[in-house]
Design a protein around this ligand. Structure first.
Ligand code: FAD
Length: 371
């Protein structure tokens, strides 16, 4: 039996299905999803510097971002990057363009109960599989939790034309730093509509207070964005567990993907672009070797940087603004984005870190390495 089963047809499961459809036709592929997270509710934003298989799914592309940090608003070009927005329904439609012509690709509604020797269990029944790509069960031993990313976003309809339709705000620190290191993110649709999202890095085990986060959003809308009469059409809220260490991804016939595979970047909460790269690498490994394990990992120092940043900002929230200010102080956002994509060299990193308090970060790094 050469069947591949992808457990979970969300962002990572769909992305992998498309990449497999293009790269490797030897195996029948079944994508199993129980529908607990409807794709229609999801939107992913991300930056990228090179073309990707699923680019046609993007509904918006931006060449600039705005940041407000250390009392100053700056508009930054993105250099060789572009920032784009992908809606869940559009991702599914583009993926199906690749998979629908292939008879051996099927999508099945079902709940994955667990993985088992030689396959997995779906709705209580064993399903044999040569390879299982798992975005829903994960491994037994999760790395330690370093922080939680607590975000609450409102899709706002404003009577006044207050949003800049062409420039998203990646972070704006004009929000109280009371419930963890916090900033507001604004993703515009047009001058009257935007997703306005409050994001806080909260220490593990610390409570997160809904009321405070809603008050912070209201304050931002009225006092910073200058929104007068408005409606909130939709709210999204999530608490993402942030783990800097890499979980072990592979076990016999199983490889974890997506958030379960540690693809969520611990210092940003972004996963979309990393999943695209991972999907391409898995499909290429399958094509070349007949197994999915020939995957390159970024140098381990990047996970150390993520962990150290989370240690510092969960202890001293004001440091997040300083860190982002230092990373995004260049003429374009490209150096910071390249660093967040884990594609910088050590000398480039030393230049980026120059504006940060060295003693604070070195002490946190020493502490982490000694654990
Ligand atoms: C609200 C929100 C907004 C986000 N925004 C961004 C963003 O803008 N940019 C970015 O880069 N990242 C973002 N992320 C982080 C990350 O990219 C997403 O969480 C992403 O969807 C993770 O992909 P995934 O495939 O691991 O999980 P999912 O996309 O959640 O896919 C899991 C799938 O498995 C199904 N499922 C769950 N359990 C079972 C089961 N037992 N059996 C069968 N099916 C099951 C679900 O229905 C779902 O379709 C966001 C996360 C959240 C929660």
């Amino acid at each position: 039996m050469t069947r591949i089963v992808i457990a979970g047809g969300g962002m990572s499961g769909l992305s992998l299905a498309a990449h497999l459809a293009v790269a490797d036709h030897r195996h029948p592929v079944v994508v199993v999803d129980d529908g607990t997270r409807p794709l229609g509710n999801m939107t992913w934003a991300s930056w990228s510097s090179r073309p990707g298989l699923l680019d046609a799914a993007a509904s918006r592309w931006f060449d600039k971002i705005r940041v407000h940090v250390n009392g100053r608003t700056t508009v930054l070009g993105l250099g060789r990057y572009r920032y784009r927005v992908v809606r869940g329904g559009d991702l599914a439609a583009v993926v199906h363009r690749y998979t629908d012509p292939l008879k051996h690709f099927t999508f099945q509604r079902g709940h994955v109960d667990g993985v088992a020797d030689g396959g997995l269990v779906v709705d209580g029944h064993f399903m044999r599989a040569r390879w299982v790509f798992d975005s829903v069960i994960g491994t037994d031993e999760e790395p330690p939790l370093d922080a939680q990313l607590v975000f609450r976003g409102w899709r706002v309809s404003s009577e006044r034309a207050v949003f800049d339709a062409e420039i998203p705000t990646l972070f704006d620190f004009r929000t109280p730093q009371v419930s963890g290191a916090s900033f507001v993110y604004v993703l515009p649709e047009d001058a009257h509509h935007a997703l306005v999202e409050h994001t806080a890095f909260v220490a593990p085990g610390m409570p997160h207070d809904e009321t405070t986060q809603r008050e912070a959003l209201t304050e931002y809308l009225m006092e910073v964005a200058g929104v007068g009469e408005h409606e909130i059409d939709r709210e999204e809220h999530a608490v993402l567990p942030l783990r800097a260490a890499q979980p072990s991804r592979s076990h016999e016939h199983v490889l974890t993907i997506g958030t379960q595979g540690g693809l969520l970047k611990a210092s940003t909460g972004f996963a979309y672009q990393r999943v695209q790269r991972d999907s391409a690498a898995i499909a290429e490994s399958m094509r070349r070797h007949g197994h999915p394990f020939d995957l390159q990992e970024a140098p381990p120092r990047f996970r150390l940087f993520d962990g150290v940043l989370l240690d510092v900002v969960t202890r001293e929230p004001a440091q997040l603004e300083r860190a982002f200010g230092a990373l995004f102080r260049h003429r374009t956002a490209e150096p910071a984005l390249r660093f967040l994509d884990e594609e910088t060299t050590v000398p480039q990193e030393l230049r980026l870190f120059a504006g940060m308090p060295a003693a604070t970060y070195l002490a946190a790094a020493r502490h982490r390495l000694a654990r």
